[in-house]
Design a protein around this ligand. Structure first.
Ligand code: ADP
Ligand code: ASP
Ligand code: MG
Length: 415
């Protein structure tokens, strides 16, 4: 065991003197029966090493996408409650199948949905937030079972309503369970860890041994779907290290840990891309900042996640630009029109076909020259909007420049 593993695996819960470990397997890891059997073999191996496992699963392959498509064939904007009822079925299928696969390997296993695991959520449909688990019940079930297979992505609101946690939310189910059970958390997907950028987009990307919660939060928030952003928030709050590895190989993965554990901090640690960005431009607004407030207030009430924003004032009045994801087009349009309904003369444009490219690094806090390097690397690429945080620079560019921008930034920051 190396030092990091020692830190990661000490003082955790035991059941019948077996250390408890939480593992999560994503959609691609359980995409078909063969892969489910592969996952079951991996779990059996771990049980034989003397662990009790709480295993969280996502729906098989593209199941959730397909369920959403089905719903949209029935109605354009499906009711959020019914959509959650539908989406939650995906994880129930995979958890039952994985539990059967384990039983076929003579592992004592039980699958549990959100009701049975007592996963309580608060918030809204499709955006549930985990409040607590029935920890006592889970620990007592682990006394008589070697493995509990839990349907990820779902929870119960107000005692009886099924909710989901937002796309990619099974990661959050796993980390929250690890926090509640005081157990280490291992997340397995189709890549062998956290890379400097998406290895499917840029195969020469380098794998990180360790990455800080803050870097991972920014990467996840700017499009790296390898971990659900909220899972990293929960891990950071409870100081739970997350191990990310591949369910298809034994290659050593990456740990997401507290910044203190990272000795050498690169200025830029990663790059991520967020596809399907829409750019709204509102021109010729009178110079009245209450209108600006009104637009963003109406957008918030409509549940819109407005991302990049620019506000410019010149002789023509105020010009506001902002981005949202493609699927929010109608909602954003009507929010702007509602906020400006008293106004006769303004121009509203909506442009599609953009991606947001971001570079991230906690080292930026103290490093200088990152912005200069960033813009130098992109010198032949036109960008429409730029935003920065203490540890991130993002720019909005047209789809056609995506590959060139990624290549230039990877080269510049040696990612
Ligand atoms: P799962 O279905 O197991 O939850 P996801 O598809 O949600 O897996 O996340 C894994 C995917 O995340 C990888 O296939 C990879 O393409 C993508 N990804 C994006 N950015 C990164 C990154 N920086 N490091 C690793 N994978 C990344
Ligand atoms: N199945 C859900 C989704 O596709 C949750 C997850 O995979 O984490 O978003
Ligand atoms: Mg995922």
């Amino acid at each position: 065991m190396n030092k990091l593993e020692e830190i990661a695996y000490k003082n955790y819960s035991r059941v019948n003197d077996f250390p408890v470990v939480v593992q999560k397997f994503g959609g691609s890891s359980v995409a078909d029966v063969e892969r489910i059997m592969n996952v079951a073999e991996k779990i059996r191996h771990r049980v034989n090493q003397g662990n009790r496992l709480v295993v969280v699963v996502s729906a098989m392959g593209k199941t959730t996408d397909n369920l959403i498509k089905l719903a949209k064939q029935v109605m354009d904007q499906p009711d959020a409650r019914e959509l959650d009822q539908l989406m939650a079925t995906g994880e129930q299928v995979s958890s039952a199948l994985l539990s059967m696969a384990l039983q076929s390997l003579k592992v004592k296993s039980k699958s549990l949905n959100a009701f049975q695991a007592g996963i309580e959520t608060v918030g809204k449909f499709s955006e549930g937030r985990i409040k607590c688990f029935d920890k006592k019940r889970l620990l007592s079930l682990l006394k008589i079972n070697e493995v509990l297979v839990i349907a990820g992505f779902q929870g119960i609101m107000n005692g009886y309503e099924l909710t989901t946690l937002g796309r990619g939310g099974s990661d959050t189910s796993a980390v929250a369970l690890a926090a509640a059970l005081n157990a280490p958390c291992e997340i397995y997907s189709d890549v062998a860890g956290i890379y400097t950028t998406d290895p499917k987009l840029y195969p020469a990307a380098k794998k990180a041994k360790m990455i800080s919660y803050d870097d991972m939060l920014e990467l996840a928030g700017s499009g790296a779907k390898v971990l659900h952003g909220r899972s990293v928030e929960v891990a950071k709050r409870f100081n739970i290290p997350i191990y990310c590895g591949s369910s298809f190989s034994d290659e050593e993965g990456s740990y997401v840990v507290n910044e203190d554990l990272i000795i050498e901090k690169n200025t830029v640690t990663g790059l991520s891309v967020m596809n399907n960005q829409l750019r709204f431009v509102i021109k010729k607004l009178p110079t009245d900042y209450s209108l600006v407030r009104g637009i963003f207030q109406t957008a918030a009430v409509a549940g819109l996640n407005v991302d990049m924003i620019s506000i410019i004032q010149d002789d023509d009045g105020i010009t506001i630009s902002f981005t949202v994801i493609d699927e929010k087009k109608k909602r954003a349009e009507s929010a702007v029109k509602k906020a400006l309904k008293e106004l006769a003369d303004y121009e509203l444009e909506c442009h599609s076909g953009y991606v947001k490219v971001s570079v991230v690094g906690v080292g930026m806090k103290s490093g200088v020259g990152v912005a200069s390097d960033f813009f130098n690397a992109l010198k032949n690429i036109p960008f429409k909007l730029v935003t920065t945080s203490e540890i991130k620079i993002s720019c909005l560019i047209e789809n056609e420049f995506k590959a060139a921008a990624v290549a230039a930034l990877v080269k510049k920051f040696k990612l």
